[in-house]
Design a protein around this ligand. Structure first.
Ligand SMILES: NC(=O)c1ccc[n+]([C@@H]2O[C@H](COP(=O)([O-])OP(=O)(O)OC[C@H]3O[C@@H](n4cnc5c(N)ncnc54)[C@H](OP(=O)(O)O)[C@@H]3O)[C@@H](O)[C@H]2O)c1
Length: 251
């Protein structure tokens, strides 16, 4: 199978690329570093020639509702239109477990993305996963001020990005299903607890403070909605503590 991975240089994308390659697929990476800009369409049609499945793990980092909706709507429209021109037979998109009631900020972009896909004629599967274990690293790199990291109060059920990447390739190999089974981690965590254990593991002496993020986005993060529903979800194997010392962790 020829699989295009949009965002294949990112946190989860690089794992999706290696999983697809290990399973014998031909892989095309769509990213600006590889000469494809999905926002303005540069290189997109050429990159999709002969592609069977597109896996979308594109991302932007923003808490602005307007910017998130603009980014995810634009890339999704552009990808789906290019896929229709190239007769791609399956669009697979990664979304996030438990966001339905948090239609604001970054998650408003993800929900806008899902709605466009559901309304599309391109055969598709939306695969939702819980927050990544890597989210602890991403937050620490964005919210550290001197000796302190300000951690938004978040209850989640984190999963290692390499397991999400492998799951996406299994979905890509399957028949378009509309929606895949949610993928969640083996145990519930608090984000501040993850950051503190990461610092202890890495020998970093820095305080991590649990801060309730304001507004409906903050309420959503702290609500437990991001845990997902373990009675209907696929549960991954790697705990956060196992991941901290694992070879799959990219620092
Ligand atoms: N972080 C989490 O905990 C989590 C949990 C569940 C689901 N997700 C979802 O997983 C997806 C991927 O997240 P991530 O953290 O792996 O992303 P990431 O590390 O931020 O990587 C983003 C990727 O998108 C590419 N990209 C951005 N703008 C582009 C453009 N205009 N044209 C082409 N490529 C572009 C980047 O490559 P270039 O810079 O080279 O263009 C990069 O490969 C997101 O949709 C996110 O919502 C994340």
């Amino acid at each position: 199978m020829k699989i295009a991975i949009a965002g294949g240089t990112g946190t989860v994308g690089r794992h999706a690329v290696s999983s697809a390659q290990q399973r014998g697929h031909e892989v095309v990476v769509l990213s600006r570093k590889n000469g494809v800009d999905v926002i303005d369409g540069t290189g997109l049609d050429q990159a999709l020639v002969g592609v069977d499945v597109v896996v979308d793990v594109l991302n932007t980092t923003t808490l602005s509702t307007k910017k998130a909706v603009n980014f995810f709507s634009t890339v999704t429209r552009n990808l789906l239109a290019a896929e229709a021109r190239a007769s791609v037979s399956h669009h697979v998109a990664l979304s996030i477990v438990g966001i339905d009631s948090i239609d604001t900020s970054y998650y408003a972009g993800k929900l806008a993305q899902e709605r466009l896909i559901l309304a599309s004629d391109v055969p598709h599967t939306i695969a939702r996963a819980a927050q990544f274990h890597e989210f602890a690293q991403q937050i620490a790199s964005q919210t550290t001020v001197g000796p302190v990291t300000l951690v938004p109060r978040t209850l989640s059920r984190p999963v290692a990005a390499f397991e999400v990447g492998a799951h996406l390739i299994e979905v890509a190999e399957s028949t378009p299903a509309g929606r895949a089974q949610d993928l969640i981690g083996p145990q519930n965590e608090t984000l501040v607890g993850m950051v503190r254990r990461m610092y202890a593991h890495d020998g970093i002496s820095r305080r991590a403070l649990d801060i309730r993020f304001p507004g409906s986005y903050g309420a959503g993060l702290a609500s437990g909605a991001l845990h997902g529903d373990e009675s209907v979800s696929r549960i991954s194997a790697t705990t956060f503590d196992d991941w901290l010392g694992s070879a799959t962790r990219v620092r």
